[in-house]
Design a protein around this ligand. Sequence first.
Ligand code: GRF
Length: 199
Amino acid sequence: MKIGILISGRGSNMVAIVEAVQSGQLPNSEVVVVISDKKSAEGLEKAKARGVETVVVARKQRSREEHDAEIIAELKRRGTELVCLAGYMRLLSGDFVAAFPNKIVNIHPSLLPAFPGLEAQRQAFDYGVKISGCTVHFVDEDLDHGAIILQKAVEVADTDTAETLSAKILEHEHALYIEALRIIVRKNYKIVGRKVFYD
Ligand code: GRF
């Protein structure tokens, strides 16, 4: 399966995916491109260092649709079959979602539907939850909303800060993303409404 990864920043989930592909932990797959909307994204150098092609598609005051059209073209040109959002900080247009139906996945650092949006770990921490975690889900036009593939719970300790909680969740994100991608690459799952079933 040809995978395209979209990033905006650090790229640690992107690195986890690339390394899982390159080590054979995620078989029958290839990362064909890493695309960033920010040319300053730290992840770009990390992708290059691992031999993955990178492309920057900056927003440049264009509409969401125009910007997305260029990203879609870059993905399609390389035969991308699965799009992984990995810290990509923009909401996708309806055109983007329609160009890859049920073939876009995202990771979010909370147990959705709790705490969608920015700084989910801080939102959860400030709310005082005892358990948070991370979610891998299919992407639709609404923010952090599509059908859930996998979730992992992480306990909040009394001694945690928003930062230590984020770090604990991040460790689990990497493994959870790979586990979800293994399910998708194996192709033995089905989506029924909001529910995703697999063996
Ligand atoms: C992660 O916490 C991810 O869940 C969220 O954005 C962050 C990206 O981190 N969507 P990284 O760029 O993968 O290191």
